[in-house]
Design a binder for this molecule. Structure first.
Ligand code: RM4
Ligand code: MN
Length: 386
């Protein structure tokens, strides 16, 4: 049993976002932190620390243009030299004055063309870095009833997605992310999984849905969405984070570790944990007040713990209880796994892999935080640009 679980955990891969290492905040204040990266290269170096101490975070997502460089091939080589690789390319069509009324759904065809040109540029970046996933999140929507035609905006969205999808290579995928609201407050053009799913269905096999755990109405049963999309072959990726209220982007597993367990149980029970199944487990977080690298390490460990608990569920006992209509028995099988302390098992696993059993403490002892605070002076710290 322990060996089977350890084998699955050894294969697990979590992708970290480059923007987690930059300064971030709310619309009220961005608090600068010492040692924050000034370049995409420095962000990747910080991400490599997360992998060095956890052993399961070998991939870094880029956000363009936040991570714009002249030579992407060189950036990929830089990542390689640090023991990580570049993963998903996140397009950014939400921070230009032109996009006040939307990007790909803007009523002005010139602005729509500009937005689509950026999406295509992102595919060029994928070609140069070897990345296979293009992640699209649109801030597009309206603030007031009557502001624009909801149906026309769907047509414009479909057209932009179609053009972008047609540009992808055979091994490249389009991942479409939805979000209930914000920054648009009346309608959002991709507000929910159903809308994302419908567009992806029309596009084809290489278009999949991204579930950002912070992008739902309170009380939404996210694991149902996971199960449905997995069943339909349309789940492409997660953006893990925690929320208490809206899109809080807090550390995964911090607000509701039980929800994370329930999500990972759906993944494990559908045998979708293996990288070969093509589900990309990403973090999409910002560390506004806590130190960033430890914040990322904690989040990766939280996902790993939830996964280990999901792997502990006794599938046979569960199937038997379900077949017998034993409601309480079936529920108890899940709860037994959830209540198990998997930390000793994970410490053992790390020791076997030559890692420090306590990644948080090992990072703190490493002196990396002090080193970057001393070295990274001058230049412009990376940030949201919001
Ligand atoms: C959005 C969405 C995207 C992320 C940006 C920064 O809310 O979650 O995935 O790239 O924020
Ligand atoms: Mn996201």
């Amino acid at each position: 049993m322990a060996e089977r679980i350890k084998a699955a955990l050894r294969d697990q891969q979590i992708e970290v976002p480059s923007w987690a290492y930059g300064n971030s905040g709310t619309r009220f204040k961005v608090f600068a932190q010492p040692g924050v990266p000034r370049t995409p290269q420095e962000k990747i170096a910080d991400a490599a620390q997360v992998h060095a101490f956890t052993g399961i975070a070998p991939i870094v997502s880029l956000h363009v243009p936040w991570d714009r460089v002249d030579d992407y091939q060189q950036l990929a080589d830089h990542a390689d030299g640090l023991g990580v690789r570049i993963g998903t390319i996140n397009a950014n069509v939400f921070q230009d004055d032109d996009y006040r009324l939307g990007s790909v759904t803007n009523p002005d065809p010139r602005i729509r063309r500009k937005a689509v040109a950026h999406l295509i540029d992102c595919v060029d970046v994928m070609d140069a870095t070897g990345s296979t996933d293009l992640k699209l999140w649109f801030a597009d929507g309206t603030n007031y009833p009557g502001q624009d035609s909801i149906r026309a905006r769907q047509d414009r969205l479909a057209e932009a997605l179609h053009t972008t999808y047609a540009r992808l290579g055979d091994r490249q995928r389009l991942l479409l992310e939805y979000k209930l609201f914000e920054p648009a407050f009346y309608t959002t053009d991709v507000p929910d999984w159903g809308t994302a799913y419908a567009h992806c269905l029309r596009l084809g096999d290489r278009a999949k849905v991204v579930i950002d755990t912070g992008h739902h109405a309170p009380g939404t049963n996210i694991e149902f969405i996971v199960a449905f999309l997995l069943h339909a072959g349309k789940l492409g990726a997660f953006d893990f984070n925690s929320r208490f209220y809206a899109d809080d982007d807090l550390m995964a597993g911090a607000a509701d570790p039980f929800q994370l367990f329930r999500i990972m149980f759906e993944i494990v029970s559908a045998d979708a944990l293996r990288p070969a199944r093509g589900i990309n487990f990403m973090l999409d977080q910002c560390h506004n007040i806590e130190p960033k690298i430890p914040g990322q390490i904690r989040s990766v460990l939280n996902v790993q713990e939830a996964t280990a608990k999901a792997l502990l569920v006794d599938a046979e006992a569960l199937a038997a209880a379900q077949a017998a209509g034993d409601v309480l028995g079936a529920n108890a099988v899940l709860m037994d796994a959830y209540h198990t302390d998997v930390r000793p098992l994970l410490r053992e696993l790390r020791a076997e892999q030559g890692l420090d059993p306590d990644p948080m403490a090992a990072y703190a002892r490493s002196g990396y935080a002090q080193r970057i605070a001393a070295e990274r002076v001058g230049g412009q710290q990376a940030g949201w640009g919001a």
